[in-house]
Structures are given as C-alpha cells and as structure tokens.
Design a protein around this ligand. Structure first.
Ligand SMILES: Nc1ncnc2c1ncn2[C@@H]1O[C@H](COP(=O)(O)OP(=O)(O)O)[C@@H](O)[C@H]1O
Ligand SMILES: [Mg+2]
Length: 458
C-alpha cells in the first residue's frame, strides 16, 4: 500500500464537484439559491448554448464583503451556519459551503460583487481552481457571477452532456420551480438572447403560475390554505379536469425550498382519488411551512430530498387539506329533495342538480370548463321529474360502487338507458356531450362515477 496523504484542495473540490455540479442546471441552481439567500429581489439568469458555454447570474442582494471574496471559494466556507446545532435549524437554501469551490474546480469563474451603495466592488477571477485576478473595481450593489466553459478540464463529464435543448430544459424547469417558490422575487431567464421566463416579483403566486403554465392553467387553479399545530400549507391546486400526463406539474416547496418527496406526491394523488383519470396527474404548487427542526435537508448535496420527522402526521394533513378544497367544489351533481305546494301537499321535486356553483354559491372561475352540465338544459331535464307522491318514474344519482354496466359503442350511453323517458335520456346525453375532452370522457364514463338509474317503468 502507498503512503496515506491528505488530498490537495483542488482535487478534493473536483471530487465534490462530481456530486454538486452534475450539469449546467446544477450551476444555475446553486448560484440562484445563493442569490435568494442574499436577500435579492431581482435575479437575472443568462445562459448560452444550454449553459455549456456560459452561465451568468446577476442579483441585487447583499453582495460579498471584499475580504470574503476569495474565502467564499474555499471548501466548506459559508456565512450561513456556524455551529453544529445550526444544522437542525436551517433557514437558508445553502449551508454546506460547497457550491462555489466545486464550480470553480470545473469551470472558469468571474465574480464581481459589491456589498455597499458607494459603487465600489470587488472582482475575482478563478480558472480551474487557480486565482487569476483579485482586484477592486466599480460595481453596483449585488453580485454578478459568470461561469464559462463548464467542464472544460473534465472531458469525461463534458462528453456525457446531452443536447443543448435537453440541458436548457433542465435549466428552465429549475427556474420555473424557483419562480413558483419565490413569487416575491422578479426572475428572468434568457437563452442566447431569447427570453424564456419573466416574472414581476409582486408576490402573486397565481401570476407566476400564469407565466409558467399559461393563463388557462392559472384559471383552472383552486386556492388552498390550511394549517394545524405543526404545519401550514398554502398555494394552488388544479381542478380535476385540468390534468397532465406526468407528475412534473406538482411543485412541492418546504419552507421555500423546492423538494421531491414520494410521500407528499402520494398524499396529493390520494386526495384527488377517483376524480382523476388513470395515469393523469394534477397541477399543484404549494409551500409547506414547518419549524426547521421538523425537516432534515442535509440528506444529499443537491438538497432535493428531505426527511420529515413527523411524516406520519404530514401526509394525512396534505391529503385532508387538498380533499377539503376539492370537496367544496361541486364536481358531481348532488340530489336535493325539496317539497313544493302548500301544507299537507305530497308533491315534491324529486331531485335537483347544481352543476356550476360551489357550496358557497359562487360561480366557478371564469373560463373553467364545468365537469358536468351547468346550463338550463340540465336543470330542465332534472326538473322534468317533478313527481307527485310516489312517482313511478324517478332519476337518482348514485356512486359507482355499482356493478359495471354495458355501454353502447357509438354513444357511450349505458345500453339499459335506451328506450327510457326523453328527459332522462337528454340528461344523460348532456353529461356525455359536455365531456368533450378525452380525459373528461374517460373520467366520467368508463369509471361510472355517475350512473343514472331509471326506476319504475323500466
Ligand atoms: N450571490 C451571492 N450574494 C451574496 N453572497 C454570496 C453569493 N454567493 C455566494 N455568497 C457567499 O459565498 C458563500 C459560499 O457560497 P456557497 O459555496 O454557495 O456555499 P453556501 O451557499 O452553502 O454557504 C456563501 O455562504 C455566501 O456568504
Ligand atoms: Mg450556496
């Protein structure tokens, strides 16, 4: 065995870079997180050639003290924690002091920063871990970091980079999450001088959702707000008819940090339960707030995974909070029995359907497509069933625990419904024709969440 020796700082940084800097998007992530931790209200990201040629992140945050500019590039150099007990109360996005040295080990870095308002700043240039320039220059308050030629000295890593479009996809995906988790910050992302994202930073999450997913998606969102002794949750979830083919539309933030957590995703899906067609997923953007001691972010250098110390309580809380919001929206017709006529009259309205209003009587959001008929036709159909006493022809809505029924191939109308009264038939057609989009039809018909039973004369 050769003699044991402590590795040179540069090699140690290159080893750490293997975990911290996986691809250009990791660099963007680390630099943007630093800008957020510095209290910035405006963060501009400019990338060229998918970030492989250059990545520039400019912020208007606190800046770095001139005496700390080179120290920031040392391994485990951080201003965010001091004692080991701080590890259990992390309130910043970064704390490991690994990002800047790791990036500087595999790229050419230029830092210009100023921590005051006098216009005096500091410039540091590092290439492959070597200090090239360290000087005082004029600069506005904030930090401007330019990363050039990422992986220029690690050809094996460079070889495994995907196409520019793939790398750009990772960068924009990350920037969208950042914008969604920090609506109070104005973000911009430009690629080869094309603008890909621009948010205003006025704190309105719905506006950020519109900027990221489009205005139609924003209109389909329902606000969610809940809290118990341990957790607070606020954000938006989509109405069940607005679905996606994968879970990418679910953005879970914990204390402002975007995370990926299987348990939370499962809780969200359980809350939607049968409201979603098979293999469709909702759009959800929410921030979970909890005491920092309840969450351990020190699981992986990328800090995307976290551990919750009260996960047995957290998952039901998320599920219940979402379920409550969805429950308030009338997504399936509810039968309501109302008596009419004078005292002693045996007449009653057999049932009524309220389609397009939530329980508070508020109309659905403008532009949202009601899942079920909301127009007068539907009411007309329902109210045609005004009966007297024990009417022999009544319609009732039941849950779909009933055995499957056969559907007519052409119209998707249950075959048992053919030949029944026109009103019942029309109601059924209403249900089906309003399910114009494929997902809605899938949701409504094959799952038989709603069935119309025709009793009496059938
Ligand atoms: N944009 C920035 N604005 C102000 N300070 C910064 C910025 N980027 C980095 N720093 C300083 O450099 C230090 C090292 O950054 P980094 O290597 O990312 O470690 P960490 O973020 O884990 O502390 C940070 O603790 C912070 O003090
Ligand atoms: Mg950092």
């Amino acid at each position: 065995m050769a003699k044991i020796h402590i590795l040179d700082e540069h090699i140690a940084n290159q080893i750490a870079a293997g975990e911290v800097v996986e691809r250009p998007a990791s660099v963007v992530k680390e630099l943007v997180e630093n800008a957020i931790d510095a209290g910035s209200t405006k963060i501009e990201v400019t990338v060229e050639e998918g970030g492989l040629q250059s990545i520039r992140v400019t912020d208007n945050g606190s800046g770095i003290d001139p005496n700390d500019c080179t120290a920031a590039f040392y391994r485990h150099a951080t201003s965010k924690i001091e004692h080991s007990r701080d590890l259990f109360h992390i309130t910043t996005l970064g704390f490991r002091g690994e990002a800047l040295p790791s990036i500087a080990a595999v790229a050419k870095v230029e830092l210009v920063t100023s921590s005051g308002d006098e216009g005096l700043g500091h410039r540091v240039v590092i290439e492959g871990g070597k200090l090239i320039a360290d000087e005082t220059i004029a600069a506005p308050r904030g930090t401007d970091l330019i990363i050039r030629e990422l992986f220029y000295n690690t050809p094996a890593r460079l070889k495994y980079m995907k196409t520019i479009q793939t790398e750009l996809g990772h960068i924009s995906d990350f920037m969208y999450r950042m914008a969604l988790s920090h609506p109070q910050i104005a973000f911009s992302l430009r690629h080869n001088s094309n603008s890909l994202l621009q948010t205003v930073g006025n704190g309105d999450l719905l506006q950020v959702i519109a900027a990221v997913y489009g205005t139609q998606a924003a209109k389909a969102m329902l606000p969610i707000q809940a809290e118990n002794l341990d957790f607070q949750l606020h954000g938006y979830i989509s109405r069940p008819e607005w679905t996606r083919s994968n879970r990418n539309g679910i953005s879970t933030m914990v204390n402002g940090r975007y995370i990926r957590n299987f348990g939370v995703n499962q809780a969200i899906q359980r809350a939607y339960h049968t409201l979603l067609p098979i293999n469709r997923f909702p759009l959800a953007v929410f921030d979970l707030r909890m005491h920092p001691s309840l969450v351990d972010v020190n699981v992986h250098p990328a800090k995307l995974e976290v551990r919750f110390s009260k996960e047995q309580e957290l998952y039901p809380f998320v599920e219940q909070s979402i379920y409550q919001v969805l429950r308030q929206e009338v997504l399936i017709p509810q039968p309501v029995k109302q008596s009419i006529g004078g005292k002693g009259s045996s007449s009653f309205i057999q049932e009524q359907f309220h389609f397009s209003k939530n329980k508070n009587g508020n109309p659905l959001p403008e532009g949202s497509l009601p899942l079920l008929p909301s127009d007068t036709q539907a009411n007309e159909s329902a109210e045609m069933n005004v009966g007297s006493g024990t009417s022999s022809k009544t319609a009732s809505v039941v849950d779909a625990s009933a055995p499957p029924r056969e559907y007519n191939q052409d119209s998707n109308v249950p075959s048992s419904i053919h030949g029944t009264s026109r009103s019942i038939h029309r109601l059924n057609l209403n249900l089906i024709t309003r399910c114009g989009r494929r997902e809605q039809r899938d949701m409504l018909c094959p799952r038989k969440r709603i069935e119309i039973f025709v009793q009496g004369s059938l």
